[in-house]
Every structure is written in C-alpha cells, then in structure tokens.
Write a protein that binds this ligand. Structure first.
Ligand code: ASP
Length: 456
C-alpha cells in the first residue's frame, strides 16, 4: 500500500482536487491520502493557512473578523462549487471556524494553532466528500481518533513515539483514508500544529506507522532539481537520492520536502517519491537508503541565507575544560539553537539562524561571554548564507573541495567558513549573503556542466 500526500498547490482549487481524485483512482494501492490546506493558485495568491493566521491575529487584537472569516470561507465555497458539492459542506466549515473562534485566547499560540489546523482539517473533510461523490470509497479520519499524539509545542510539535503504534491500525481500514496534514493532539487532547509546511511530516509518520511500501509526496514540480530553478537555468533533475542527501538539501533550502519529514520514513525504511500532481506520469525523484553512484559526486547544491555568526576568541581555549559547554549554555538560556560550530585552537564560531536573535539577546550574550567566559574577543555578525554541496561519496572524491573553492573565488566571493568534517555527505561554505546567487551559479557550472560530469 502507498501513502500519498498532496501539498497546498495540489489542493488549491477544484480543478486541482479533480486531478488528485484521478491520481487516486488510477492506482488501487493508494490507500491513505494526506492533504494540505488549499495553497496558492498563482504566485500572487495567498495560502489558506496564511488567511487563517490573519483571522486568528485579528481575533486576538479584538478586531471585527468578518472580512478575514469571509476570505477563508470563500475559498472553500469556490472549491465546493467547482466540485459540484452541496453548499451544506461550506456551512459546516463556516460553523467549525466560528466555533474555533470561541476557544480560549488565554494562550495565544494555542489559539492560533486551533485556527491554523482548520485549514487542513476542513480540506480533508471536503476532499473526502468529493471522493465519495465520484465513487471512491473514502472516509475522513481525525488525527485525534486515529492516535496522532504529539509533543506540547504549539507551532512546532513533534510526533511522540507511541503515535506510530496508535496509527498502525489504519493499514487495515477499508476504503481510502483521507487524513488532514499538519497537526496532532497532545496526550491531554490539546491540538498542536507541526512547523510550517508540516503536512509532509504527517504523511511520513503515517507511511512509517502503516509500513507503507511507498510514500508518495505530490507537489508541483516533476522532480527534485540539483539546484534552485529560480537561480540556475534548467537544472538537472535528480532521479534517485539517499535519505541523507535529501535531508541535507532540505535543511539547506530545498523547500520541496520538509526537512523534519524524512526521519519517520528513514527509520522505518519507507522509500519516498516526490511526484507532480500536474504531471503524474513523470517518474519523479525516489529517495531511498542507498543509491548507485552516478557520474557526478555532487548530487545537489543548496543555498540558504539568514545566518549570523557569534565569534569568540580566547587564548588557550583549547586547554580550558568545559569552555564550549558554557558558551552553548549561554545560547541555550536564550533559547537559541545552533547550526554549525567551526573552531580553531583559540577561536570558536557558533553559526545560528538570525531570526532567533534580537538586539537584547545579542547584548546579553556578549556581556555574559565577557564576564563569565573571560574571552579576549566576542562579536556577532549577520547576513551570512550557507552554500551546501551534497552527495554520497563526495568525501572520497579527490580534489572536490579545491574545485569548489576555486569556483567560489572565480566570482570574487570570500569564504567565511568551511565545514567538511562531520557530515559524510555534505560540504558547507559560509559566504556573505549578497554573493549567494553568483556562487550558486558558478558551483553549478563547475559540477554539472556537461564537461564537469564527464570529468568527474
Ligand atoms: N498548510 C500548512 C502550511 O502552509 C502546512 C502544509 O501545507 O504542509 O504551512
């Protein structure tokens, strides 16, 4: 059996949902269907999840919410009309939203989560109704009843280990299960959403729980590309990659698959296939535990901005027991997680996502480093990007870093940091944000132009 997840653009309109039904009809093994909330119908459109966040915020600000509520309800009304469904389903959705608006606002995050989660929840109900109307035996299944238990972290919940056991019974269910993505419930029954884009995570958890033969993740591109198609002209398609490669690439900016979504599939050895709802006959990208090496040691190049560096220097740091722990403790106290920690004998840089910092936090970090760690120098710099070369077997390829650094220097960009040590499948370069596009283009040329592939 297969678990299929359809992302926001795949369920953004009646026309798209008809394609989803055709895909499900075409293969009887597609038994569990996880859906997102309606996403963007065009580049300048707004996702229903974002409309719901606006609705929640207006309600929290004690404003009138008629306009925001109508914006959400109208999206469903348009979809329901396009699918030929009775208007009653729209009334059900509207009263569900009104009900959610009456929930306690004491904990703002929980209130926002309530509304955010309704995007997928109501879409799943609507899609199940449509499936039934076109002769598919389908049933909406609620994550609470099914046992998708998650941690108590609004907006960034994680599945608890017992969720897998709880959900495994879905394998034996008759007909097609239509399951809303993006949220679960704490053991106390409180609704929590995953991180944004988290319907991928729900799909992966279900695929792992029912031990699916395949987890198909339907989106709006034919495959995962070797570099961002918005920057590189017609990049190569990746046909097959390993979990580790996908994990590194999605961490570093490939938005086609959520980086948290890989773990459940990986741990339960469920292969993942990224496919296109608008072109389902395209083969897609298959993500598996192992792959044969292709001509190129590099399978993809990702780049992501928005990083800051906390740099500290202290003479004889290498001899000081517990220095790193104490520095990281300061960051932990500020609720900051770190991404990389390149170090020298007397220097250590901690690279973090900039959105976690505020001027107040920075001032506290600097002052504690001076007072408690007695450092010789500490400063924080912003506007860095991380460019990541990813590929199995890359580390055994002679001269690869030399080629990469030569390519970066050709475009006049300075390398601020290199991290090759810890991961076997990636090589990370820290550069200034403004150099990102030209570096990405040049690295792509270096490793993917036809002459590069033949040479490698
Ligand atoms: N609808 C949610 C979001 O926009 C989750 C998802 O689509 O995966 O973040």
């Amino acid at each position: 059996m297969k678990v299929c997840k359809f992302g926001g653009t795949s369920v953004a309109s009646a026309e798209q949902i008809k394609k989803v039904a055709a895909i499900i009809k075409q293969d009887a093994s597609r038994k569990i269907v996880v859906v997102s909330a309606p996403g963007k119908r065009s580049d300048d459109d707004v996702k229903v999840t974002d409309l719901l966040i606006c609705l929640a915020e207006a309600a929290l600000a004690q404003e009138k919410v008629d306009r925001e509520l109508a914006a959400v309800v109208n999206r469903y009304a348009e979809i329901a009309a396009g699918l030929g469904l009775d208007h009653q389903i729209v009334q059900v959705i509207e009263s569900d939203l009104r009900d959610r608006l009456t929930h306690s606002r004491e904990n703002r995050d929980l209130f926002v989560d309530q509304l955010k989660a309704s995007g997928e929840d109501n879409n799943a109900k609507l899609i199940a109704a449509y499936f039934s109307s076109v002769g598919l035996e389908a049933e909406y299944v609620n994550p609470k009843e099914a046992g998708l238990v998650v941690s108590d972290e609004p907006g960034r919940a994680r599945a608890l280990p017992e969720a897998y056991e709880n959900l495994s019974h879905l394998r034996g269910k008759k007909g097609i299960v239509v399951f809303p993505g993006f949220f679960g419930y704490t053991p106390d029954g409180v609704m929590m959403t995953f991180a944004r884009g988290g319907s991928d995570i729900t799909g992966s958890i279900l695929a792992a729980a029912v031990e699916a033969e395949l987890y198909e993740n339907f989106t709006d591109v034919d495959s995962v590309y070797a570099a961002n198609p918005k920057v590189v002209d017609r990049p190569a398609e990746i046909k097959r990659m390993t979990y580790r490669e996908m994990r590194e690439l999605s961490y570093a900016g490939f938005s086609v698959f959520h980086d948290e979504a890989l773990m459940p599939a990986f741990r339960h050895s469920v292969p993942v296939c990224i496919k296109n709802t608008n072109n389902p006959s395209a083969e897609g990208t298959l993500i598996v535990a192992e792959r044969e090496y292709s001509n190129s040691p590099v399978s993809g190049i990702a780049a992501d901005g928005g990083f800051s560096t906390i740099y500290v220097r202290k003479y004889l740091m290498n001899r000081e027991l517990g220095f790193g722990r104490r520095l990281l403790q300061i960051l932990e106290d500020e609720h900051i997680s770190f991404e990389h920690t390149p170090s020298g004998i007397d220097d250590l840089s901690v690279i973090v996502r900039s959105h976690q910092l505020t001027p107040e936090k920075e001032a506290r970090i600097i002052s504690r480093c001076r007072k408690e760690l007695l450092v010789d120098d500490v400063h924080i710099e912003h506007h860095f990007a991380m460019v990541v070369l990813v590929g199995e077997g890359m580390h055994n390829t002679l001269g690869l870093s030399a080629r990469a650094t030569a390519a970066i220097s050709r475009v006049g960009a300075n390398i601020e940091m290199i991290n090759q040590g810890s991961s076997e499948v990636s090589l990370v370069f820290g550069i200034h944000e403004e150099d990102t596009e030209k570096v990405l283009k040049e690295l792509y040329k270096e490793f993917f132009s036809s002459s590069a592939v033949v040479e490698a």
